[in-house]
Design a protein around this ligand. Structure first.
Ligand code: LMR
Length: 398
């Protein structure tokens, strides 16, 4: 039976990660997979996480199952982190929350819930969107379509085209939105644009499915949640997928969650029963360790403050790298405009070069990025920026 299986090409992002690891060249620069790196090129365990690990391990008396909905203290803490400490919605019975194995697990749970609620629902994702959104949302049988989002000419959002496309969708369509730090482009909606999107979704009776994978890495913890909080406050229903991979540096621990905002407490209760049933059939229960760490950090005031400080350092470093990269590229490639890198937010930017240039950068200069020329800005280092800019100039000139 198994001898007829096709051999698949590697995943575009994870395959790049493996290729980079296998490259012995000491000059290599990894701008591929979206993980934060410090000035030494490392992805360290955050200090707040180390402290939480000590406390959690000391107190833990059992490894028995937690629950299909995950760690209750984590779910509780995430409601206020995402929706805001003062938000009545965070405490509302209209909202239910389950822990999931990473943001990916949360996205899949949400997709499965939509399919049960409305099997014919179409999910509309931005063009472009994170490559893994496609299998995560469509492998359960949902249809996926794309709405215009990125304007390559300005490096910003093609807002007029986006609004017109959303305005033409049939009611009860699902619209996937990136809460902040759009992956792969780094082009985010401004607050005023979020207000227009919220009004449109409400008027057209569209369901927002919000992916919040980078809270705190764009403008700030509260600022990055502006659009999400607005949509949750103004719309009757919403799905919110969260990830703690990047902002807590807990990538391999697989920590995330799904929140469902329903029209009533009874509907939220019903959604919760569906979610735990879906989880039971997919992976039974999420892993606890990372969620226990996040819960401990968020509910221990000094640790929470320390984590916020570390997150602010990461955010500032990314902004500094953006400025330095834009300046170095402007000097090395005067005929091409790279100023969008400075205006975009979060870990990613599109460099805006062809797939051939991307291949040349990798083959000749050992600079790795996805084929669409997405760069992980956090993968740069002050000492590699000049090398990177010169490599881009040479690859463009070939
Ligand atoms: C990325 O976009 O590189 C990250 O979200 C990692 C991944 O799983 O793709």
């Amino acid at each position: 039976m198994l001898e007829h299986l096709d051999r698949l090409a590697p995943d575009p992002i994870l395959g790049l990660m493996a290729a980079f690891r296998a490259d012995p060249d000491p000059r290599k620069v990894d701008l591929g997979v979206g993980v934060y790196r410090d000035e030494r090129g490392e992805t360290p365990v955050m200090q707040a996480v180390r402290e939480a690990e000590r406390a959690v391990l000391e107190r833990q008396t059992t490894k028995t199952y937690v629950a299909p909905a995950g760690n209750p203290s984590f779910n509780e803490a995430m409601r206020t982190l995402v929706l805001g400490a003062d938000s009545p919605l965070a405490r509302s019975e209209r909202l239910c929350a389950v822990q999931a194995p990473g943001g990916c697990g949360a996205l899949r749970l949400g997709a499965e819930l939509i399919r049960i609620a409305r099997p014919e629902a179409v999910v509309h994702v931005s063009a472009p969107t994170w490559a893994n959104h496609v299998p995560l949302l469509s492998n359960c049988g949902l249809k996926l379509e794309r709405y215009p989002y990125f304007d390559a000419a300005t490096g910003g959002v093609a807002f007029g085209a986006m609004l017109s496309a959303l305005d033409a969708l049939p009611p009860r369509s699902v619209v996937l939105l990136h809460a902040s730090c759009h992956n792969p482009t780094g082009a985010d909606l401004e607050d005023a644009q979020w207000r227009e999107v919220a009004a449109l979704l409400r008027r057209r009776e569209l369901l927002p499915f919000i992916d919040m994978a980078y809270q705190g890495l764009g403008r700030g913890l509260e600022e990055d949640a502006y659009g999400l909080r607005l949509l949750a406050a103004e719309l009757p229903e919403a799905l919110i997928a969260t990830s703690c991979s990047k902002n807590f540096g807990l990538y391999r621990e697989r920590v995330g969650g799904l929140m469902v905002l329903a029209q009533s407490g009874a509907a939220a209760d019903a959604a919760l029963t569906q979610l735990v049933r879906i989880a039971r059939g997919l992976y039974s229960m999420p892993p606890d360790h990372g969620a226990a760490l996040v819960a401990h950090i968020l509910t221990t005031a000094p640790l929470r403050a320390a984590w916020q400080g570390e997150l602010a350092t990461m955010r500032t470093r990314i902004q500094q790298l953006r400025a330095a990269a834009a300046e170095a590229l402007a000097a090395a490639c005067p005929s091409k405009d790279f100023s969008h890198i400075l205006r975009q937010r979060g870990m990613f930017s599109y460099l805006g070069v062809s797939a051939q240039t991307v291949q040349r950068l990798r083959a000749a200069h050992h600079v790795y990025m996805t084929e669409d020329s997405r760069i992980n800005v956090a993968g740069l280092r002050v000492e590699t920026i000049e090398y990177f800019a010169q490599a881009v100039a040479q690859a463009l000139a070939q």
